[in-house]
Design a binder for this molecule. Structure first.
Ligand code: FBP
Length: 552
C-alpha cells in the first residue's frame, strides 16, 4: 500500500508518556482520594447510579501494583465525531495491556457503539496497530453515533461482552458518549456482569472538560489546522483587499474552537455564542454589530476582513433557540405527520399551525435554503445538525441587505463583497499534533491501568497539560462526578454537563481586551502549519485556551 512520506515518518514517532505511566506496569501504583459528588442533582443521581455513584478520584503514582499483570480481554469503541488522536488512544491501550501481559486481547467494535450491540468486531494485532500509529482519523475501526438506550440494546451489549469474555469496554467519546459509558457501567454492575467500563475524553469541540479533564483530545490539532487556514485567508484578504470572509467553524454548542482560533489569528470579528446568549442578542443586533465594523473599516479604505462564526450560534440566539426547541419537539412527537406533510412548502404550511406565532414568523423570515436546513433530521441524541446550517451565508445575506440600507442613508460608503467558508471536516482527521499524539497515547495507556486496577465508571484523565509530558498527572475521574440532570426530549435525564465558554474566564477576557482594536485595524496573525519535527517551543506548543485557563 502507498503511504505518504509524513505518514511513514509518523509511524516512528514515540509518544511521550507521563513519568507515572512510563514505569513498568507493576510499579504503577493506584492512589484513591475521598468519595466524590456530582456537579449538581446529587440526590437524583445517587438514586440512578446506585453502584457507581460517588467513587473517588484515582491518581497513578510510584509503588507496587500486583494487578497489572493479569490477562485481560478488552473491547474498544470510537464514538461520535472524529477527532485527531483516536488511533493513538487505541495504540496506548493496546501497548498497555500487552505490556501488562502479552496474552491479553484487544477487540475493536466496528462502526461505533452499534458494534457492541451487534457484536461486530476485529481483533487488534501489532500489524494493524502499527499501520495507524500517530495518524489521524477513526478509520481503524470506524465510528458512529448510535446511542445505547433501549433495554434490548443494553441486553445485547451485555450478551456481546459475555460472548467475548470481556473484562472491560473502553468508550472513546464526547459528553453524550461518556454519558452512555456511565449508564453502561451502572448497568453492568447492576447485572453483576463483572465487566468494567472506562471512558476517554474525545471531541474537537473542547466542551468535555473540568478541573480534572483539562482538555478533550483532538481540540489542539483541530484548532491549529483551522488557524492555519484562517491565517492564510487573512493574508489573502490583506493582499487582494476586496473580500470579507465569513468563516463558520465547528463546535456544535460551545464556541471554544472559534475563540481559540481568534486568539491564534486575530480576525476582525469573532462571534461567541455564549456571549450572544448572555446578552440575549437578536439576529438583527448581531448583523448590526458586524455592519458597524465593516463600515468603520470602510471609512479607512479597508473593504475587506475576516469574521469567525461558531457553528452553534443559531442555537444561542433567543428567537432561533425557541424555534429550534419547538421544531425538535414537534419533529420528535409528530414525526409521522411531519414526513407525510410532503414537500418543503407543505411542511412549512403544516408547521405554521403547530409552531408558536413568534417561531412561525422566524421560520418564514429565513431564506428558503436556510429554512430547509433547520428541518433536516436530528442526530440520534436529538441534536439539530448545526454543521449543516449555513449560518455564514445567512449572515452575509443579512449584512448585504443592511449595508444597502445604510448606503441609502449615506452612513456607509464602502464596497462589500462577502465570501463564505466552513471549516469543520477539514480538521477532524488531521495528523495529530505532537501534543495530541502524546496526550491520546497517555489516555489510552491510563485506561489500561484503570482497567487492570479493577475500576469502572471512570474517565481516563491526564492533567497538568501545560507542563512537559513527563510531569503530566495521570489517573481517572468518576463519570458521575461530571453529571447533572437536564431536560431532554420532554423528560429529565442524567447527562455529563457540557463546558461552555466562560465569559469571566481567561481565554474570553484575553479576546475581549483586544477585539475592538482587531475590529478596525488589520492585526491578522499567520500561525502556519502544525510542525511535527523541530524545536519543542514550536512542535509542543499547547493551545492559548489551555494556557489562559491554567493561569487562573
Ligand atoms: P462530537 O461531539 O461527537 O465529538 O462531534 C463534534 C462535531 O465535530 C461537531 O463539531 C459537529 O457539529 C458534529 O460533530 C458534526 O457531526 P457529523 O460528523 O455527524 O456530521
Amino acid at each position: 500500500m502507498d503511504i505518504s512520506a509524513l505518514q511513514k515518518a509518523r509511524y516512528g514517532y514515540q509518544p511521550k508518556l507521563p513519568a507515572s505511566l512510563a514505569q513498568k506496569p507493576g510499579d504503577i501504583a493506584l492512589q484513591l482520594g475521598a468519595p466524590t459528588e456530582s456537579v449538581a442533582d446529587q440526590g437524583e443521581l445517587r438514586g440512578l447510579f446506585k453502584h457507581t455513584y460517588g467513587k473517588p478520584i484515582a491518581t497513578f503514582g510510584k509503588g507496587a501494583n500486583d494487578k497489572t499483570g493479569r490477562v485481560l480481554s478488552v473491547g474498544v469503541i470510537l464514538s461520535g465525531g472524529q477527532a485527531p488522536g483516536g488511533h493513538n488512544v487505541i495504540a496506548g491501550l493496546y501497548d498497555g495491556i500487552k505490556k501488562g501481559n502479552a496474552a491479553s486481547t484487544l477487540y475493536g467494535f466496528l462502526g461505533g457503539p452499534s458494534g457492541l450491540v451487534d457484536n461486530k468486531t476485529l481483533t487488534f494485532t501489532d500489524t494493524i496497530i502499527n499501520a495507524y500509529r500517530n495518524t489521524g482519523g477513526f478509520d481503524i475501526i470506524g465510528s458512529g453515533r448510535t446511542k445505547i438506550e433501549t433495554p434490548e440494546q443494553f441486553a445485547s451489549a451485555l450478551e456481546t461482552a459475555k460472548k467475548l469474555k470481556l473484562d472491560a469496554v473502553v468508550i472513546i467519546g464526547g459528553d453524550d458518549s461518556n454519558t452512555n459509558a456511565a449508564l453502561l457501567a451502572e448497568y453492568f454492575e447492576d447485572q453483576k456482569a463483572g465487566i468494567q467500563v472506562i471512558g476517554c475524553p474525545k471531541t474537537i469541540d473542547g466542551d468535555l472538560k473540568n478541573e480534572y479533564i483539562e482538555a478533550s483530545f483532538g481540540f489542539d490539532t483541530a484548532v491549529k489546522t483551522y488557524s492555519e487556514l484562517i491565517g492564510n485567508i487573512g493574508r489573502d484578504a490583506n493582499s487582494a483587499k476586496k473580500y470579507w470572509h465569513f468563516i463558520k467553524l465547528m463546535g456544535r454548542s460551545a464556541s471554544h474552537i472559534a475563540l481559540e482560533c481568534a486568539l491564534q489569528t486575530q480576525p476582525n470579528i469573532c462571534l461567541i455564542s455564549e456571549e450572544v446568549e448572555a446578552k440575549a442578542l437578536s439576529l438583527g443586533q448581531i448583523v448590526d454589530q458586524i455592519c458597524t465594523a465593516v463600515s468603520r473599516r470602510a471609512d479607512k479604505g479597508n473593504n475587506f476582513g475576516v469574521v469567525l462564526i461558531p457553528e452553534g450560534l443559531v442555537e444561542f440566539i433567543p428567537e432561533m433557540r425557541n424555534l429550534i426547541a419547538e421544531l425538535n419537539d414537534i419533529m420528535a412527537r409528530d414525526a409521522g405527520e411531519f414526513t407525510a406533510a410532503g414537500s418543503f412548502l407543505l411542511k412549512i404550511e403544516w408547521l405554521g399551525k403547530k409552531l408558536s406565532p413568534a417561531s412561525a414568523a422566524v421560520l418564514k423570515s429565513l431564506p428558503t435554503e436556510i429554512a430547509e436546513q433547520f428541518l433536516m433530521d436530528r442526530d440520534p441524541h436529538g441534536n439539530v445538525q448545526v454543521s449543516r446550517i449555513e449560518t455564514e451565508k445567512l449572515l452575509i445575506g443579512m449584512v448585504e441587505k443592511r449595508l444597502a440600507v445604510l448606503k441609502q442613508a449615506g452612513t456607509y460608503k464602502g464596497k462589500f463583497s462577502g465570501l463564505g467558508h466552513f471549516f469543520g471536516y477539514e480538521g477532524r482527521c488531521a495528523f495529530p499534533s505532537n501534543f495530541d499524539a502524546d496526550y491520546c497515547y497517555s489516555l489510552g495507556f491510563g485506561a489500561f491501568v484503570l482497567i487492570a486496577s479493577g475500576l469502572t465508571g471512570y474517565l481516563s484523565s491526564v492533567r497538568n497539560l501545560t507542563a512537559p509530558a513527563s510531569d503530566w498527572i495521570a489517573g481517572g475521574v468518576p463519570l458521575t462526578m461530571m453529571m447533572n440532570m437536564e431536560q431532554r426530549h420532554g423528560s429529565k435525564k442524567p447527562v455529563i454537563r457540557k463546558a461552555l465558554v466562560e465569559l469571566d474566564g481567561g481565554p474570553f477576557k484575553a479576546f475581549e481586551k483586544n477585539r475592538d482594536t482587531w475590529a478596525v485595524e488589520t492585526c491578522f496573525l499567520f500561525p502556519g502549519a502544525i510542525q511535527y519535527y523541530g524545536p519543542a517551543e514550536v512542535c509542543d506548543l499547547t493551545t492559548r485556551t489551555l494556557v489562559l485557563e491554567k493561569k487562573r
